[in-house]
Design a protein around this ligand. Structure first.
Ligand code: SF4
Length: 330
């Protein structure tokens, strides 16, 4: 039997997991578990590049783990672990840092964005975190990395660093391939920006039905539809975009014609969407509640995942160290 290819992906524990995370990444992770040898990492070190509350980080990591497990990430079919439990990632990041031109890092689009956003805390971690991201991937010698369009640049850097290291010290790393996630740009409740905790425009997947409704009620729709009797334009309305992802096709068609002919109002439309959302999220919320009642079980899953990830990273680092000239002479 041929070994399955290795896939690696990470998620930051920056806040409550939202619909954009679920539809844009996690559902894809769940599907990948059938075809790849998957390693999924909660990248808590990455959360350090901006100001954060150290007292809250552990609970955010556990919240993130619970949301992943409740959404279908299955520890019997993948490795799920927390980055800071595997210090080999930072050791490898240092080796790779010596292969990464500063000018190349300064060109990263996310560095430009983040340095503008956090001008008062322009730390070296903001510049070098794509190198740590490369180390996360390469420490497990991943063959493929599922990424959205906005992460392609970072994966290209990981490929370059693997190539440079191999040329400079000897072959250790495969160049990881991009596994482009079916493009899903999930726009937030403001109807403008990508759904993101920092924009406060999210629909959190573990929110109660009432909390979800409160967020939906105020979600921006077609801004030119001012009165109930005005025909709407579903093609410019974000609520309709969510329907297309969450509601069954005949009902989407009926929403579309009802909107164009003003036979339904935006509140009716949002009520239908609320039902679609609950169909998706009720089972996830129920599984999450069961996991919150057994935190020791979640901790054990993460501990076992970290032990497995450490074995994988240690094997890579033994090779890398030897190639770089560290350790006792043979
Ligand atoms: S009816 Fe629905 S699709 Fe049409 S504008 Fe209102 S919220 Fe958007």
């Amino acid at each position: 039997m041929t070994a399955r290819k290795k896939a690696f992906s990470g998620i930051q524990p920056t806040g409550k997991v939202h619909l954009g995370n679920l539809l844009g990444a996690i559902q894809n992770w769940v599907a990948l578990q059938d075809a790849y040898d998957c390693t999924f990492c909660i990248v808590d070190w990455h959360a350090m590049t901006v100001d954060y509350d150290a007292n809250e980080l552990r609970s955010k990591v556990r919240d993130c783990a619970i949301a992943l497990l409740a959404s279908g990430v299955d520890p019997s079919r993948c490795t799920l672990f927390v980055q800071s439990e595997v210090p080999e990632h930072t050791e490898l990041a240092w080796y790779l840092m010596t292969c990464a031109p500063v000018s190349r890092l300064e060109l990263q689009a996310q560095y430009k964005d983040k340095s503008a956003q956090h001008a008062d805390n322009l730390n070296a971690g903001l510049l070098t975190y794509p190198v740590l991201q490369a180390a996360d991937i390469l420490a497990h010698r991943a063959d493929v990395v599922p990424v959205g369009e906005d992460q392609k640049q970072h994966l290209e850097l990981a490929r370059e660093l693997a190539r440079k290291f191999n040329l400079r010290f000897g072959q250790v790393f495969p160049e990881p391939e991009t596994l482009l996630t079916p493009a899903k740009r999930i726009v937030g409740t403001d109807g403008k920006a990508k759904m993101s905790k920092s924009k406060d425009n999210t629909l959190d997947i573990l929110a109660t039905p009432d909390e979800l409704w409160q967020r939906l009620r105020s979600a921006v729709t077609d801004e030119q539809r001012l009165r109930r009797a005005d025909p709407g334009r579903p093609e410019v309305c974000n609520v309709f975009a969510w329907h297309q992802m969450l509601t069954d096709a005949p009902q989407v068609a009926s929403v579309e014609s009802g909107c164009r002919t003003a036979q339904i109002g935006c509140m009716d439309c949002k009520k239908i969407l609320h039902q679609s959302l609950l169909r998706l999220l009720d089972p996830i919320r129920e599984r999450a509640q069961a996991l919150y009642a057994e935190p020791e079980k979640v901790d054990a899953i993460l501990r076992e995942g970290a032990a497995k990830a450490r074995r994988s990273a240690k094997a890579t680092l033994a090779l890398a160290r030897e190639k770089c000239g560290f350790g006792p002479a043979a």
